[in-house]
Design a protein around this ligand. Sequence first.
Ligand code: PMP
Length: 412
Amino acid sequence: MSTEYGYGESDSWFARAERVIPGGIYGHQSPGLLTRGEYPSFTHSAEGCHLRDIDGNRYIDFLCGYGPIVLGYNHPVVEKAVERQRKLGDTMTLPSVRSVELAEQLVGMTPSADWAMFAKNGSDVCTWALAIARKATGRDLVVMAEHAYHGVHGWCNGITAGFPDSDRTTIRPVNWNDSAELEAVFDGQGENIAAVILTPFRHEAFEDSVMPADGYLERARALCTQHGALLISDDVRTGFRLDMGGSMQKWGVTPDLLCYSKALANGHPLSALLGTEALREAARQVFVTGTFFLGAVSIAASLATLTEIGATGAIDHMHAMGLRLCEGLAERADTAGLEIRLSGPPSLPYMRFAEDGDGFNRNRVFCGAAARRGVLFHPHHNWFLMAAHQKEDIDEALTVADEAFAAVKDAF
Ligand code: PMP
């Protein structure tokens, strides 16, 4: 049995944080969503696929900063580009030419994208995409999958505290994968629909991931085209782990607007909205700006990240490592006499215990036991692979998983 980690420093920093930061830590990094005492709360540093917490414990990280770390922490090629740009300047009065280069690179690698614009967060570009769709079509209604996460803005934030209901009056939720419902909505209100916004597959926290049913994305594409509405792909979470041309390309579907963030700059803050020629004028007219949107360091990081992902076959590697992890987990759970459910693509896997039903009790014990032995998984959010994960890391994680499955057997 490996030695179990302690979290004394994390706990005392959390107590300090609670006094000066509402909730101590907010959002999905909040340990409030995990079991207090089962997880570290604060990171000290990170390198490759390893993260060190404030107590000095070392982990193989399968959360990748919740997605952004696609190559590895502190990646030498990316950080070299970052240092070079940092010396020249980051946020400056005029944009740097790096933004032109990155727009050119994205347009070159993305079918149908004729332009790109930059912001900082996924929420920024998803909301911006809706504004451009509304301006271009002269319509207000936007169709989205029920409970889908497109960011923190009022039109889509699943936790409605503090947002008026009126933020959602122009949003029509539909059930994911239900082509008949989508057809019915277009039949009834087709002339009012500006856009349909979808993620390439369903990956909500607290739910099994669901791949698109045969023909679902294609049908959404066809209905949008037929009714003069726009298809928006929210590729914020999935981008650059499935297909370099945009994740919907995996299903042969080309959206009108494409939202990227997370993996776009290997952890440096950046998002991008890409669109077609037909939407160029609307994109020009919709006024969106942000003080830090054109910061050159993140943009330089993105140029290096995208080039490196493409040149090293990182997407195939993440798929192969994810498959090794998922197959290993399935085999080991079976040996332990536990039934697990794995869903989503191998590079963004989601794991559940069948006996947990709709809950997460076994998964919390499993992930807590794995954390205390040096592997970071999450009980109700999808995990992420990064290019820095090597076979040895996967095999080490599987050895830890054996002990974590044993902890589940002991607890239930
Ligand atoms: N869309 C999707 C699919 C996401 O996963 C997220 C972030 N988890 C967002 C939008 C919002 O991105 P951000 O947190 O950068 O605002």
